[in-house]
Design a protein around this ligand. Structure first.
Ligand code: NAD
Ligand code: MG
Length: 299
């Protein structure tokens, strides 16, 4: 674990050790509380600089991994935060809430399975009510199940992955739109899989390519209204997604070692991308996908 905050001049190769995670399994959706080794979501390492003062943000999948790191960073930057997550993730969600409240910020917890239109609408309504408005949306919830052989990829899995990863994004953005005043932002979590699909993640990778396209398209529609839409494309980041069937078990010890930095990313290393794209300082950045992948070249 790093002892430095993200603003300290440091070598990105050695900022975090190159982890060799033991083979492990958690039932989907997986918990940060049970991840070995633990991941850095910025608890001790993210330093806020006032970039999101007074903002009201909804972060889906904000209980763990990248979403938790974004939630912690947003609170330290001065935002109140609502987080969406699955009912099975209460332990992780409450831990994030404690960290946010320790910053003197509000945290609204909203357990909803985003597989249906009604749930996406309830999520947005609860965030607006709990925060007293909404001016930042981070669509980060995602489902990733690795399948050894394409022939074994069920129709049900393909449908569920599309429902959670991309269709929920359409629904959540649509529900949020009436609440978003000029200056508001939307940031979507996509992936390097959008450009370089792995053969064991075809359904997941296809949703991530769709998210890139949706981000660019929606950005054109909302820019004239003063609402900016962008995306972040992480590479291999150590989160519960990876141990709840997101990767083949044999691949876990090598996870992230093939990047030019030679190590997996930690969730908190993604947070500054979301902060930047949500902050007013990125006012002329629209429809962009910011890659944060340890140096893997993406087109
Ligand atoms: P994570 O497991 O910590 O977060 C994913 C979250 O998605 C879960 O916490 C859960 O709350 C939410 N989710 C899943 N199914 C849901 C459903 N049906 N309804 C509501 N919420 C649901 O893992 P993470 O790696 O931090 O993933 C966050 C995002 O980052 C995902 O979109 C993922 O695709 C993307 N991403 C991750 C990596 C990586 O290497 N970890 C790389 C590229 C992209
Ligand atoms: Mg989780």
């Amino acid at each position: 674990m790093s002892t430095h905050d993200q603003l300290t001049f440091q070598n990105p190769v050695t900022r975090y050790e190159s982890i060799t995670p033991p083979k492990q399994h958690q039932e989907e959706p997986g918990l940060d509380a049970e991840l070995t080794p633990t991941a850095d979501r910025g608890e001790e390492t993210y330093r806020g600089t006032g970039r999101l003062q007074g903002r009201k943000a909804l972060i889906t999948g904000g209980d763990s991994g990248i979403g938790a790191a974004v939630a912690i960073a947003f609170a330290r930057e001065g935002a109140d935060v609502a987080i969406g997550y699955l009912p099975a993730e209460e332990v992780d969600a409450h831990r994030v809430k404690e960290l946010i409240e320790a910053e003197g910020r509000t945290c609204v917890l909203i357990p909803e399975d985003l597989s249906t239109k009604e749930a996406c609408e309830r999520l947005v309504a609860a965030a607006v009510e709990g925060l007293g408005g909404l001016d930042a949306l981070v669509n980060n919830a995602g489902k990733q199940i690795a399948i050894e052989d394409f022939a074994d990829l069920s129709d049900e899995q393909v449908t569920q992955t599309f429902d959670v990863n991309i269709i929920a994004m359409f629904r959540t953005c649509r529900a949020a739109l009436p609440h978003l005043a000029p200056g508001s932002t939307i940031v979507n979590s996509t992936s390097i899989q959008a450009y370089s699909p792995s053969d064991h993640l075809l359904d997941y990778a296809a949703t991530k390519a769709a998210i890139n396209n949706f981000t660019k398209g929606l950005s054109q529609s909302l820019a004239p209204k003063g609402i900016r839409v962008n995306a972040v494309a992480p590479g291999p980041v150590w989160t519960p997604l990876q141990v709840s069937d997101g990767q083949p078990k044999d691949a876990l010890p090598e996870f992230g070692k093939n990047t030019p930095l030679g190590r997996a990313g930690q969730p908190t290393e993604m947070a500054p991308c979301y902060v930047f794209l949500t902050s007013p300082e990125s006012s002329y950045v629209v429809g962009e996908t910011l890659n944060a992948n340890g140096g893997q070249v993406s087109p």
